[in-house]
Design a protein around this ligand. Structure first.
Ligand code: ATR
Length: 272
């Protein structure tokens, strides 16, 4: 049976086995998908063993995405620009392909919820790995503009420079945002995880501003609760992105696109 795995440390919180098992059932694919804890210095050995024993593909989560980037023999363009790999696939000629499906997972989640990105003004808050991983897929949707804003402004500027040839992208400091207007605001910072807000002005939140927090939890995230209290009608959290990136990985491995909506509903139920 074709074997797949997710590598991480810690790993017990991973929802990936749940998601991929539902995808496999839904699409009639005969495969196994397991979670594997890996010692901090053990990623390369774990991946070598997995592929030597017939493994077909794996997901990689914190803290191994950069190591997986180095491990891959070949990279997709989105992985190369993300600087991180969340999906490896063993190709027929023995080459290990590295991909990054996080950004497409975000884009697909937005599109499936009726939020188109073409010609929209998008604000991406944060300039860490989570932000970097989604920029190319966001630009591929041809927004009117993508603004990166970060607490440490230089990191946002660096990202804007890196991606300048791929679309309309600019950087602004958090204190330069007042008076700007955005259709979609995406929070890629880890602030919600510590019940903090990323520090953007409240004037940015209008009833029609779509707000997206890349993290998720049992209740509404700190950022989304703030936006909702300011009147935003649509707030979304990162659970849909999680299912979306999994669907993209599944597609890469199996050549079949699974349906994300039902899996997202079932996953949400497990969180309550
Ligand atoms: P990740 O890989 O999850 O993106 P990271 O590389 O550590 O993690 O980046 C975290 C991001 O969240 C950064 O953009 C960070 O801002 P700085 O570059 O200024 O550190 C941002 N961040 C974290 N906590 C924040 C907070 N309380 N307010 C604003 N930004 C925050």
């Amino acid at each position: 049976m074709d074997k797949y795995v997710v590598f991480g440390n810690p790993i017990e919180q991973s929802k990936s086995p749940f998601i991929h098992t539902l995808f496999a059932r839904q699409t009639g694919q005969v495969m196994t998908y397991q979670a594997q804890w890996v010692a901090l210095d053990g990623f390369t050995a774990a991946a070598d063993t997995f592929f030597a024993e017939g493994g077909r593909g794996c997901n990689i989560t914190v803290p191994f995405k950069e190591q997986a980037f180095t491990y891959a023999d070949q990279l997709t363009e989105r992985a190369r620009l993300a600087g991180a790999v969340n999906t490896l696939k063993l190709l027929d000629d023995g080459v290990v392909l590295g991909d990054n499906t996080d950004g497409e997972g975000l884009v697909q989640d937005l599109l499936q919820h009726g939020v188109s990105l073409a010609d929209k003004r998008i604000l991406l808050i944060g300039a860490g790995g989570a932000a970097r991983g989604v920029i190319l897929p966001l630009l591929a949707q041809q927004p009117a503009g993508l603004v990166i804003a970060n607490r440490t402004a230089e990191k946002a500027e660096q990202l804007a420079t890196t991606f300048a040839s791929h679309g309309r992208i600019a950087a602004l400091a958090l204190d330069q945002l007042d008076g700007e207007r955005f259709d979609i605001i995406i929070n890629s910072t880890s602030a919600s995880l510590s019940q903090q807000l990323p520090g953007i002005p409240a004037t940015l939140i209008q009833p029609e501003t779509v707000c997206y927090d890349m993290v998720y939890g049992t209740g509404m995230t700190t950022f989304n609760a703030w936006a909702k209290a300011l009147g935003a009608r649509v707030v979304m959290d990162g659970l849909g992105m999680l299912v979306g990136q999994a669907a993209e990985s599944f597609m890469l491995w199996r050549g079949i696109r699974p349906g994300a909506r039902q899996v997202q509903r079932e996953l949400r139920r497990t969180l309550q």
